[in-house]
Design a protein around this ligand. Sequence first.
Ligand SMILES: CSC[C@H]1O[C@H](OP(=O)(O)O)[C@H](O)[C@@H]1O
Ligand SMILES: Nc1ncnc2[nH]cnc12
Length: 298
Amino acid sequence: MSAEPNTVIEPVIGLIGGSGLYDIEGLENKEWRTVETPWGAPSDQLLFGRLDGVRCVFLPRHGRGHPVPPSRLNYRANIAALKIAGVTDVVSLSAVGSLKEELPPGHFVVIDQFIDRSFAREKSFFDTGCVAHVSMADPLCPRIGDVLEAEARALGLPVTRGGTYLVMEGPQFSTRAESHLYRSWGCSVIGMTNMPEAKLAREAELCYATVAMVTDYDCWHDSHDHVTVDAVVKVLLGNADKARTLVRAAIPALGRPRGLCPAGCDRALDNALITAPGARDPALIERLRPIAGRVLAA
Ligand SMILES: CSC[C@H]1O[C@H](OP(=O)(O)O)[C@H](O)[C@@H]1O
Ligand SMILES: Nc1ncnc2[nH]cnc12
């Protein structure tokens, strides 16, 4: 993709469905296709189709039927597969626990920050032989966030703009002490999946935004039972329906031809590579081409 200032982009929308969202309704000409990547296989096939004429690519994050736990997700393959499929803009739909009284189950949060406490995951496409350091100061695309917030409000969905998503390793839920600690840090919601997903999306120069859908009060709240999968699933089903409605409403605006992202997500690698051309590993460079080809010399 060229990064010329007058570039016109026909967006291709990637939708990552989290817990409870294993399919997307209303896609025209839909087809599940296998996409291979230099980092192995994504969680599942990708579902290609159009919504209101806009090209969309859906990936169930944990695979259909939810066979893959958060720590075993191949985050690099998932993001690489979306990039290889031509995706420009990613909407991540995620179940989360609430860390604030005013964010009850059923509430949506268009988050704007992360604290990454995951530790057992591959977090970068780059490696020995080609080192890159992208900025994560503003980890989510505000342009997509604006659309999601506006459409959620127009639909009358309970939504909050802004909030910090604490990413834990899991798969066990938090201890009560951890839950209180994250609250003392000012975090809004807790989940297990959005990192390193957002970091990898940034390295792949994809715009990325998350709708965090509250399913429970984790385990800190005096007048609510601690979180269980059963309790999460009960709320999830309603949240998933609302998420599908939100996606349908947001697609026309997200799919409109546009210029480069004002936030610069699509140029994240412009000033990120530090390894001198002569010190680069040619095999790694070839592997990186689908992700970083824009900034790697031919
Ligand atoms: C089923 S509750 C825990 C599970 O749900 C969230 O996943 P996702 O972000 O894919 O919706 C959470 O992060 C855990 O993986
Ligand atoms: N309380 C919680 N902790 C971590 N991930 C979650 N996903 C949904 N609820 C959660």
